[in-house]
Design a protein around this ligand. Structure first.
Ligand SMILES: [Zn+2]
Length: 353
């Protein structure tokens, strides 16, 4: 997820197009999507949500007016696109509510973080609360913007969380390790604070070396869809590393821009990729917000569709004469590869977790 998901674009009287469909594409048109089997979304944030949610993490709330109704809207759209199971990151106290409502359609990933001024024990108590809820997977969010408050992958308190989680039998950890290249030229230009993009990886690699029996999931194509050669080196070096496809705007922009190389990589390592969206259930979002992400993800991986992405992308800097959104170029993955990426690989990991 983006650390702070902004509110949906305001609808002005001039009827500015919504962020989820700036090109006016017909999301009901799905003739270009040949895959008819099931999908598992390994990376999403299904929450109990309402009008009093805080603007940033922790996501969702159980405050006045909150409910599971928006999650139902999201999961109904998911079902329309064949998603039969979603792994959600949410607060531990939301898990029983969501489990009651959605049963086997959801499982849960425990988001382990703490504020800089909190003692390390805060992270260990959070782990305990997730373990009490039967969570079998953890998330270490370590985007560069978290560095100033100590959210690096190999912070000592995270290593201790990992030791305790392993002692409890947990063996799957998802890591958000880096952000788009474009942000290192803008938001993260101060390398003394944020370090370079290359600098983000050694802490992650250190943990993969020290905990080789953990199944590692690199969120957002390992944080580096811009460099498929780097992803290949990581896949070669760490046999327990998987990469998820979540982060639709980022993946649409950067995988499309090097469609041949990404397609070749996925086809050569078909057992190592997992479908994910990074969709966040939020109280005011319209159904088509969710639809847009499922539609674009499936269009990217399985079709030969090509055109301007329907989703507004603030990270896209169009050159003269270019379309305002990046080009979405479908990779047209073969059916046997899609079956693994969409379902088989995640099914194996969740079954063994
Ligand atoms: Zn996320």
């Amino acid at each position: 997820m983006s650390l702070i998901a902004g509110p949906p674009a305001a609808e002005s009287p001039a009827a500015a197009p919504p962020e989820h469909n700036v090109t006016g594409v017909d999301y009901a048109d799905r003739c270009h999507l040949p895959y008819a089997g099931p999908l598992i979304d390994i990376h999403a944030h299904v929450t109990v949500t309402g009008p009093d949610d805080p603007p940033g993490p922790p996501l969702g709330s159980t405050g006045p007016g909150s409910s599971t109704a928006p999650a139902e809207v999201m999961l109904d759209a998911a079902g329309e696109f064949g998603v039969v199971h979603t792994v959600s990151m949410c607060l531990p106290d939301q898990i029983p509510v969501l489990r009651d409502r959605f049963g086997d359609r959801l499982s849960f990933n425990g988001w382990i973080s703490k504020h800089a001024d909190e003692p390390e024990d805060a992270a260990y108590r959070l782990l305990d609360r997730f373990l009490e809820q039967g969570v079998r997977m953890l998330k270490f969010w370590s985007a560069p913007r978290g560095r100033p408050w100590g959210m690096v992958v190999d912070a000592p308190w995270r290593i201790e969380v990992l030791r305790r989680a392993r002692a409890a039998g947990l063996r799957v950890v998802m890591v958000h390790v880096a952000d788009p290249d474009v942000l290192f030229r803008t938001r993260y230009a101060d390398a003394r604070t944020f370090r370079t993009k290359d600098d983000q990886y050694p802490p992650f690699e250190r943990l993969m070396v020290e905990f080789p029996d953990v199944t590692w999931i690199g969120a957002h194509l390992g944080g580096d869809p811009e460099h498929p050669d780097h992803l290949e080196r990581l896949l070669e070096r760490y046999p327990n590393l998987y990469l998820d496809t979540s982060g639709t705007k980022w993946l649409v922009r950067e995988a499309s821009a090097r469609a041949g190389a990404i397609r070749s990589l996925v086809c050569r390592y078909p057992d190592r990729f997992l479908f994910g969206t990074d969709l966040v259930t939020r109280y005011p979002l319209p159904r088509d917000h969710y639809v847009s992400r499922y539609w674009c993800q499936r269009t990217l991986w399985e079709s030969g569709w090509e055109g301007p992405s329907p989703i507004a992308d603030p990270e896209h800097a169009p050159g003269p004469g270019c379309t305002p959104t990046p080009t979405l170029r479908g990779l047209g993955l073969p059916r046997d590869v899609l079956e693994k990426l969409y379902f088989g690989n995640a099914s194996r990991i969740l079954h063994n977790a």
